[in-house]
Design a protein around this ligand. Structure first.
Ligand SMILES: NC(=O)c1ccc[n+]([C@@H]2O[C@H](COP(=O)([O-])OP(=O)(O)OC[C@H]3O[C@@H](n4cnc5c(N)ncnc54)[C@H](O)[C@@H]3O)[C@@H](O)[C@H]2O)c1
Length: 234
């Protein structure tokens, strides 16, 4: 999505992630393919103080923040609710829900002060409105329902500041999130449950990200847009 935003005219990109090696590699690759400044910042989205500090550095290094994509997320799959460890449950919500909120809040504070508006994009999931199966993942499903409602709430609160807040709800995508031994067998089932008969490719969310980030969606806020190969029609 960052690559697509660069191709559509973004002037600089900040990548925030907890994994230093992935962040450094992605920043170097994006800079070499796009030619624009791309900087990686190591941060854990659960740490509000660290996020505020990083966003201040981003604005001083790269300029005002106009577009935010809240993509950091984790999934604990195949854990039965009756054996779900409370600390794990809280950790997942802390990353998927609170982390997205803290990043949005830090960026919105800058956007409001700059009086320039902006676009904030959340990543929910079909799991936010449907219970996915056969894997048990109650915490993830709940976190994604909450993310979508959080985004609608922020859309209402920040509309007076010309900040639009929208959500992309992907179906099953072929990303690192799903590259786990236990999930491999279940992928056949997921594909069978998807009218298009396959998982999505990572770059198949790019167009939506560009649409929601740009003036093409100038009157769109509080929306949750599915990109799921038809999964939700069944
Ligand atoms: N892959 C799918 O099938 C799918 C479907 C629907 C929604 N989503 C959502 O899309 C988003 C992106 O997922 P993805 O498939 O690209 O997964 P991914 O695992 O490839 O990427 C998620 C990134 O989040 C980072 N991260 C995890 N915990 C963090 C933390 N505490 N602080 C900062 N960064 C952290 C990871 O290091 C990783 O780089 C997630 O929110 C996910 O829930 C994915």
């Amino acid at each position: 999505m960052a690559q697509a935003l660069a191709e559509a005219g973004a002037e600089a990109i900040a990548l925030l992630d907890v994994k230093q090696d992935l962040g450094d590699a992605a920043a170097a690759e994006l800079h070499s393919t796009t030619g624009i400044p791309v900087q990686y910042y190591k941060v854990d989205v659960r740490d509000g103080d660290a996020i505020a500090e990083v966003i201040a550095r981003v604005t001083s290094d790269l300029g005002a923040v106009d577009i935010v994509i809240n993509s950091a997320g984790v999934v604990d799959s195949n854990i039965k609710a009756e054996t779900y460890d409370a600390a794990m449950f809280r950790k997942l919500l802390d990353i998927n829900l609170t982390g997205s909120f803290l990043v949005s809040q830090a960026c919105a504070r800058h956007m409001i002060a700059a009086r320039n508006g902006g676009s904030i994009i959340f990543l929910s999931s079909i799991a936010g409105s449907r219970v996915l199966h056969p894997q048990q993942q109650c915490a993830y499903n709940a976190s994604k329902a909450a993310v979508a409602q959080l985004a609608r709430s922020l859309a209402a609160e920040w509309a007076p500041h010309s900040i639009r807040v929208n959500t992309i709800a992907p179906g099953y995508m072929d990303t690192a999130l799903n590259r786990e031994a236990l999930l491999e067998a279940q992928k056949k089932h997921w594909s069978a449950m998807t009218p298009m008969g396959r998982l999505g490719k990572p770059d198949e969310l790019n167009g939506l990200a560009v649409f929601l980030a740009s003036d093409a969606s100038g009157f769109v806020t509080g929306a949750e847009i599915l990109a799921d190969g038809g999964y939700a029609v069944y």
